[in-house]
Design a protein around this ligand. Structure first.
Ligand SMILES: *Cc1c(COP(=O)(O)O)cnc(C)c1O
Length: 397
């Protein structure tokens, strides 16, 4: 089918809730994508941090297709090996004690919110149900996750929202301290705020956050939906801060292209979601878990993680070496980087480089965001960055 036909069908019958680019992709290989015209693109977006091993990774394809041919789905009324193995491996890698699998980031956060409230209710009774989150955060599109999202622009139209959320600015310990009143059961944060603009938390703030929450038995939830699974050069971003959360949620890169979300909990929270308290029909489906296990085979290797960190440092070094006035700052860690622009629209720049064969994301109102496949090579990184440099140079002549 050609592009015009695909677009026409989508316009006719798809809900027009996405502002799509005028490209339809038909295949991918490693860090490259190919559109309906056969044009090649370097992918610095990996489907928003999802395709962590790149397209068509043979190990992942083999694991997923074997599992699809063997046993596709049985429901959570029964045990399956891919589920049990994934739970065991992921909890160990995270330093956690138990795992639950759902199908998306928002869903993982919904579950974490339920878990935090039940933990607190059982221990302290009614009224201690408030969840504190950060301004500029993003936690998903379902009702509670959307309420948790600390961006006012998301809080229109869908009234009434879920009660019991409070927002504080990131990296402000005094505001945090003031917000942790007796009605609070949990604080939920991203180690690096992704959608909000690639805004990292500071080490001092995270230390203070860990101290204050543990002092008051307030659960510390790390939303690692975007930052997790090797993205920032450690398995999870909190490991880079050397703190231990009570609850971790993750999704995007975990399935390598298949939909999965996970809630991981420590010893204290292990038995909160007891039998019948939570569930999902598709969650932890054998095919999806087989894909996630294949992702872990690769990204859990210490040398691989060190490579992600090095690639990130190299990208920063290259971009800063351009000394372009259009670039204010490069933030983030590993292969989750934000290029803060000075006076340029990131959406416009992303659209322009797309025409030159580079897929790049945006974040917040002023940043380009890089989330390439973790397996991207040095050569493709340099090639992609060169496209970006050429485009940004146009604006500074
Ligand atoms: C993408 C994202 C979510 C939502 O994940 P979905 O799979 O789209 O529901 C939640 N939290 C963070 C930090 C994210 O980046």
């Amino acid at each position: 089918m050609d592009f015009a036909k695909i677009k026409e069908l989508d316009a006719e019958s798809g809900m027009q809730n996405y502002g799509r680019n005028d490209v339809a992709f038909v295949s991918g290989k490693g860090p490259f994508l190919y559109d309906t015209e056969g044009k090649e693109y370097i992918d610095f977006g990996s489907g928003i941090g999802v395709v962590s091993l790149g397209y068509g990774n043979p190990h992942w394809v083999d694991a997923v297709s074997r599992q699809a041919a063997t046993l596709s789905h049985v429901s959570n009324l029964f045990y399956t090996e891919p589920y049990a193995v994934l739970a065991s491996r992921l909890t160990k890698l995270a330093g956690m004690k138990a795992a639950f699998f759902g199908n998306s980031g928002a869903e993982a956060n919904e579950g974490a919110i339920k878990l935090a409230r039940k933990y607190s209710f059982e221990k302290y009774g009614k009224g201690r149900h408030t969840i504190v989150t950060l301004l500029q955060s993003f936690h998903g599109r379902t009702m509670a996750a959307l309420t948790a999202t600390g961006q006012p622009s998301y809080h229109d139209y869908f009234f009434p929202f879920v009660e019991g959320f409070r927002y504080v600015p990131a990296n402000d310990s005094d505001e945090l301290k003031a917000a942790l009143t007796d009605d609070v059961c949990a604080v939920m944060v991203e180690g690096i705020q992704g959608e909000g603009g690639v805004i990292p938390l500071s080490q001092t703030y995270v230390d203070e956050l860990a101290r204050l929450t543990s002092q008051k038995d307030i659960l510390l939830i790390f939303d690692e939906v975007q930052t997790g699974n090797g993205r920032t050069g450690t398995m999870f971003s909190y490991q880079g801060f050397s703190v231990e959360p009570d609850v971790v949620t993750t999704a995007k890169g975990l399935g390598g292209g298949l939909p999965i979300g996970a809630i991981l909990v420590n010893e204290k929270c292990k038995n909160v979601l007891s039998q019948g308290m939570h569930g999902s029909t598709f969650g932890g489906n054998p095919i999806v878990c087989a894909g996630a296990n294949a992702v872990l085979d690769v990204v859990s290797q210490p040398e691989f993680l060190a490579g992600v960190a090095q690639k990130g440092d190299r990208i920063k070094e290259i971009i800063l070496g351009w000394q372009l006035p259009a670039i204010k700052e490069v933030r983030g860690k590993g292969l989750m980087l934000g290029i803060v622009l000075d006076g340029l629209s990131p959406k416009k720049v992303a659209a322009d480089v797309l025409k030159r064969g580079l897929v790049i994301l945006t974040a917040g109102s002023d940043a380009l965001r890089l989330l390439p496949p973790l397996t991207i090579g040095k050569e493709e990184i340099e090639k992609g960055l060169e496209i970006l440099r050429c485009q940004l140079t146009l604006f500074t002549q």
